[in-house]
Design a protein around this ligand. Sequence first.
Ligand SMILES: [Ca+2]
Ligand SMILES: [Ca+2]
Length: 87
Amino acid sequence: MSSTQFTDIDSDGQIDLVVATEDSRGIWTSLQRDGDFSSPHALVRGALSPATMVAADFDGDGCIDLAASFRGVPAVVTIPGTCHLDD
Ligand SMILES: [Ca+2]
Ligand SMILES: [Ca+2]
């Protein structure tokens, strides 16, 4: 299972791709630069498998945050956004 979000994760005005994949056990982003997307960069990578993910500015600071559920974890994990990510 995977979850895909199109959102401006680095707040540069261009929509980026954020993908959570159960198989890769991680959450990946590919930043857009004028129509081209960067190589995938791991935001979260580990032993847990993400099941679902949503993106929104949950805390109202202007940076997109992520909320994800992971297989075997009975809670939603929030990943605060920083507005700044490297390619
Ligand atoms: Ca962006
Ligand atoms: Ca935020």
